[in-house]
Design a protein around this ligand. Structure first.
Ligand code: OSB
Ligand code: MG
Length: 366
């Protein structure tokens, strides 16, 4: 049952439309996929959510590759899949790289046991509620048209990206057109505590939350900001470990947490954060990192845990890709929900031929 072989493959996957945030613009993803195999040739798949440049966190595709190839994969080769997270503990940082192998090991365990990953993780058999994250657009009209389309498709909440100079007027225009839609804004760390007077003006628009307004590694200033605004703060970038979630909740730095399995080093840590938050009545939702179908399938499984009560940034493959690397692609119902697969593991077939077409580098560790 031990991991006997690990394959790494980097693919280039062009986005159907560029995705722009306060920190930059992405047109093509460079994604590292991890395939683990056991002695009976059962496989497991994971995805590294590191981006093309270290603009969201310190990790990027170029740093995750050597971390995986020279450190993490050699540690994991020969190991029991259940032991992976403990083996990785002495290695500092590199959480997205760790999560790529750790999550592949979870998929492997689920397939070894013949059960869906969501069941192995402790999820509930239910459809998960979905929202969309819409990047900065060239014009307000383009944003409004985009929102219109996503609402018509059934998505349950809209998240828009904001940054200084593209905030109050933009949100006012959206609220004017869609007075009752569940709406939130993600700043990706674009503001400072001294912007509190401006951020307080957002209270008028009844956002369900504002995501990560202040620095990517800050908790203390978020607590000060939360005292000055009514809009609930949701932390994304700042929560890298269950300890961060503990500290943030203790200090009142947020009322909601966005859990990204890659950002916190894997499913095991994501579950710990979900468990903590559920105990403290802090709702959580599953964030996204423009994942291909493999990362998306892991997000769906994670979202079945009981604490994930809010719509996540987990949406249909067709919003991102011309052709996904899994079959079938992820689809969303007219009610804005995804039904988790009942097949073993991540529950989707990985399209090896498609991956081969997109591959730009490979490594095998055994
Ligand atoms: O901050 O949630 C974020 C994408 C890349 C990096 C960070 C973020 C995002 C998104 C997109 O908001 C979510 C998605 O559709 O995958
Ligand atoms: Mg975010």
């Amino acid at each position: 049952m031990t991991i006997t072989r690990i394959d790494l493959v980097e693919i280039r996957l062009p986005l159907l439309t560029p995705f722009e945030t306060s920190v930059g613009r992405t047109t093509e993803r460079r994604i590292i996929l991890v395939r683990v195999e056991d002695d009976r040739e059962i496989e497991g798949w994971g995805e590294c959510v590191a981006e093309e440049l270290p603009l969201y966190s310190e990790e990027w595709t170029g740093s995750a590759w050597p971390a995986l190839e020279t450190i993490l994969a050699p540690m994991a080769a020969g190991a029991d899949p259940e032991r992976i997270r403990h083996l990785f503990e002495p290695i500092r940082g590199n959480r997205m790289a760790k999560a790529a192998i750790e999550s592949a090991a979870w998929d492997l365990r689920a397939r070894q046991g013949g059960v869906p990953l969501w069941e192995l993780l402790g999820g509930i058999d239910r459809e998960i509620p979905c929202g969309v994250s819409i990047g900065l657009q060239d014009s307000t009209e383009a944003l409004l048209a985009n929102i219109e389309r996503e609402l018509a498709a059934g998505y349950q909440r809209i998240k828009i990206k904001i940054k200084p100079g593209r905030d109050l007027d933009l949100i006012a225009a959206v609220r004017d057109r869609f007075p009752d839609v569940p709406l939130m804004a993600d700043a990706n760390s674009a503001y400072r505590l001294s912007d509190a007077p401006l951020l307080r003006k957002l209270d008028a628009f009844k956002l369900t939350m504002i995501e990560q307004p202040l620095a990517h590694d800050d908790i203390v200033d978020h607590a000060k900001l939360q005292q000055q605004i009514e809009t609930p703060i949701c932390l994304d970038e700042s929560i890298r470990h269950v300890r961060d979630a503990q500290h943030a909740i203790q200090l009142g730095a947020c009322r909601v947490i966005n859990i990204k399995m890659g950002r916190v080093g894997g499913h095991a840590m994501a579950r710990e954060i979900e468990d903590l938050c559920r105990g403290k009545s802090i709702p959580v939702w599953c964030g996204g990192m423009l994942e291909s179908g493999i990362g998306r399938a892991h997000n769906i499984a994670l979202s079945t845990l009981p604490g994930f009560t809010l719509p996540g940034d987990v949406s249909a493959s067709a919003r991102y890709w011309d052709e996904d690397i899994i079959d079938p692609p992820v689809t969303v119902s007219a009610q804005g929900t995804i039904r988790p697969s009942s097949l073993p593991g991540i529950g989707y077939r990985v399209k090896r031929d498609r991956i081969d077409q997109l591959a730009v580098r490979r490594a095998t560790i055994d």
